[in-house]
Design a binder for this molecule. Structure first.
Ligand SMILES: [Zn+2]
Length: 253
């Protein structure tokens, strides 16, 4: 072997060693990379503790959403049934899925039994107002009792039910009537004085200002402005999170 040939062989061995070293180093690095990656995957997986914490957080939000119940209020309409306005009111209430309470006059029920039948069929609550819109504070107990009993009977003739609720005209009740009449007296806390104006916006503004959870709103199905105000109020207060119910739901639950 010549010196040049020897040199050539030494160079080949060095190159082979170098190649082997590089290959080994590369393999080692690749292994390290794979390990790193698998470790990273392990670290990304949440621990049991973290999973529980996440569950708690999610379930902690659910009940909060469930307890948020609508604030209940009641719309009440006195002095009907009215031949001009009650049916329009019923249509608007039905369209909005709202139930209301009607305190009716016995004399008007006798004149318009079909309208009261519709009120009843639509699922609204019916109560006694009086027979001829009298002030119970100004008449004798016996006369007051007759007004009430006669109205109970004419309502029963139409609906087949005796109502358990009364709203005395002008909110005037006498304690002495308690022993004669077994009815729940329903007054109000929101009175927009709708009978004294023909401006629906004024009525709407007064109601929205004074209404809070549990409010009983006094209206009359006796004018166009009153029923238009009722519709606007329903739309606005429903948007504010209120739910309209009949007074029995409000008072007895
Ligand atoms: Zn009245």
């Amino acid at each position: 072997m010549s010196a040049a040939q020897k040199k050539h062989w030494i160079l080949r061995i060095v190159l082979l060693l170098a190649a082997a070293y590089i290959a080994g180093a590369l393999a080692g690095r690749l292994h390290a990379q794979v390990k790193e990656k698998s470790q990273a995957t392990e670290t990304d997986m949440p621990t049991e503790e973290e999973s529980n914490a996440a569950d708690t957080q999610v379930s902690g939000q659910e009940p909060e959403a469930a307890v948020q119940e609508p604030m209940q209020i009641a719309l009440t309409f006195d002095d009907g049934p009215n031949p001009y306005y009650t049916r329009t009111l019923l249509e608007g209430l039905k369209k909005r899925g709202v139930k209301a309470t009607f305190f009716v006059l016995g004399s008007e029920v006798e004149k318009f039994p079909d309208i009261l039948e519709e009120v009843y069929a639509d699922g609204h609550l019916i109560g006694v107002h009086s027979y001829e819109h009298v002030n119970f504070g100004e008449i004798g107990d016996e006369a007051a009792q007759k007004q009430i009993e006669r109205t109970l009977e004419v309502i029963h003739d139409v609906t087949g039910e005796y109502t358990g609720f009364i709203r005395p005209p002008y909110g005037c009740w006498k304690d002495s009537l308690d022993s004669r009449v077994n009815l729940i007296e329903v007054l109000w806390d929101v009175d927009p004085l709708d009978w004294a104006t023909t401006d629906a916006d004024t009525v709407v503004q007064r109601i929205i200002e004074d209404t809070e959870e549990g409010s009983i709103i006094l209206l009359h199905d006796a004018s166009e402005s009153s029923i238009q105000a009722a519709f606007t109020v329903i739309d606005a207060l429903t948007d504010q999170g209120y739910e309209f119910v009949t007074v029995d739901e409000l008072l007895l639950e």
